[in-house]
Design a protein. Structure first.
Ligand code: SF4
Ligand code: SF4
Length: 465
């Protein structure tokens, strides 16, 4: 609601705000057409994929699992462990560069076709809203009327959907089987996951009932970056003003010099972010193509060629020749190829276990009652294989040294990481310049074998500097 004494803005500041500052609810009119049909199929395919990803398995693992407590990330059968920081960084950078590349070529294709906000809003929540409340006019009417039973029913449906989405979201972090098990138990047994589901449900519900298109217009950081990611040759949804102007209503006596735009405002009425594409490329445009379908229908009805609003580029709209290849596209491609090659080589070269040898906590060494010098070591083993394995470790070389390990072999279950402490003792006389170079051999019953070099610390021999 607008403040009583607030002066009206001179022009529209935001498509979701009236000039007096009150909310302007966007109730887009559906625009059936060729892009709508393609987007409908694509959107529902994505919805299925999103819901099936935590359920379906590859190599016995979910297609995607972000195990936060274990700090593990499973993606299409490959698990990244906390020791894979470099690989994860590569993957993350590859995703970023991939986004830069896609945006430079196809503009906001992600926003209009694949973003969950658009997909769920335009192909689940809005159709449900229309089914319950009626078309655009009826919805606008309901906006000015008081509480309504159908609107109440809509909120109930939206809440159930939000609850379902929140559970699917949680399944990405805890796995589908754990989620199903927890659902049958009291929330008090799993308060944290329960709070996450509740919080997410509330956020999703508020997003799709109240915040809606403002997520794209105000909140989404990707939308804000468009001005630097796009260039004049990027694909956009654009209005051809050379063809459309001067606009004139379709009526008797229409000037023969008038452009193809008949001022029907179908493109504006169908826009989910409430803008007029005829005013040029705007940050609010999510390239959803609804205005293309709306205008094409008008063009067909009035006997004009389709494409007054179309997929184009800023360069093409000004009559210049537009080509796909340009330096930034080539550079992004080269970076991506380099990153994916490194990622593929690193993954292929990964052994079935990661082993780290660490110095013990506290004093670097201690002298035992029998005069031997003792060093504590810590051995960390991450089992990357799909089965439980036993890792045996031993010293290579000198017979003067003795390894004392309470957990040898160390048993590590599949995908798990274990840390064990051990001691290595050596006679005082074995130390040269306060050190002994040793080699620790680690192996399991299969092909895995690793030799790690290490320096034991001890006293300097009497007489040495
Ligand atoms: S739908 Fe096409 S003809 Fe109608 S106002 Fe928009 S651009 Fe003009
Ligand atoms: S201007 Fe057209 S493409 Fe852009 S958001 Fe509106 S309807 Fe979608």
């Amino acid at each position: 609601m607008a403040s009583l004494n607030a002066p009206e803005a001179r022009e529209q500041v935001l498509s979701t705000l009236n000039r007096d500052g009150s909310r302007r609810w966007i109730r887009p009119k559906p625009a059936p057409g060729r892009f709508h049909r393609r987007r409908l199929i694509f959107a529902w395919s994505l919805i299925f994929i999103f819901n099936l990803m935590p359920i379906l398995k590859l190599n016995g693992k979910p297609l995607m699992l972000l195990d936060v407590p274990k700090r593990e990330f499973t993606f299409f059968g490959t698990t990244f462990l906390p020791t894979d920081t470099f690989l994860l960084m590569l993957l993350l950078f590859s995703i970023f560069v991939g986004i830069f590349l896609v945006t430079a070529i196809w503009g906001r294709v992600w926003c209009g076709w694949a973003c969950p906000q658009t997909v769920y809003m335009e192909y689940l929540f809005r159709p449900l809203e229309r089914w319950l409340e009626g078309g655009r006019q009826r919805q606008l009417q309901l906006d000015t009327e008081g509480p309504d039973l159908r609107r109440g029913l809509k909120y109930l449906f939206f809440f159930v959907l939000a609850l379902f989405l929140a559970n699917t979201f949680l399944a990405y972090f805890v796995g589908w089987s754990s989620l199903l098990e927890w659902m049958t138990q009291s929330p008090a047994r799993h308060p944290m996951p329960f709070a996450v589901v509740l919080g997410t449900t509330l956020l999703v519900f508020l997003d799709f009932t109240w915040f809606r298109e403002q997520t794209c217009i105000i909140a989404c950081p990707y939308g804000r970056f468009q001005s630097v990611l796009l260039d004049r040759r990027s694909l956009i949804v654009g209005y051809d003003e050379h063809r459309g102007e001067p606009r004139a209503k379709q009526r008797k006596g229409r000037s023969p010099d008038a452009g193809d735009c008949i001022e029907c405002l179908r493109c504006v009425d169908t826009c989910p972010t409430g803008i007029d594409i005829r005013a040029g490329l705007q940050m609010e445009c999510i390239a959803c193509t609804q205005c293309i379908d709306a205008c094409d229908t008008v063009m067909e009805r009035t006997g004009r060629p389709r494409g007054l609003i179309r997929y184009t580029s800023q360069q093409e709209l000004t009559g210049e020749k537009s080509s796909f290849l340009r330096p930034r596209v080539v550079i992004y491609c080269l970076i991506l190829v380099a990153m994916f090659s490194t990622l593929a080589f690193s993954l292929a070269g990964k052994s079935s276990a990661d082993v780290t040898l660490l110095r013990g906590l506290g004093a670097p060494f201690s002298e035992l009652q029998n005069g031997q010098i003792s060093n504590q070591i810590r051995l960390k083993i991450a089992n990357r294989s799909d089965e439980t394995r036993s890792y045996h470790f031993s010293l290579e070389g000198s017979s003067d040294l003795q390894l004392i390990a309470p957990e040898n072999p160390l048993v590590v279950s599949a995908g798990d990481t274990q840390l064990t402490a051990a001691f290595i003792t050596a006679p005082r006389t074995a130390f040269r310049d306060g050190e002994i170079a040793i080699s620790l051999h680690i192996s399991d019953a299969t092909e895995f074998e690793r030799v790690l070099s290490y320096r034991l610390l001890g006293p300097h021999r009497a007489g040495s500097p």
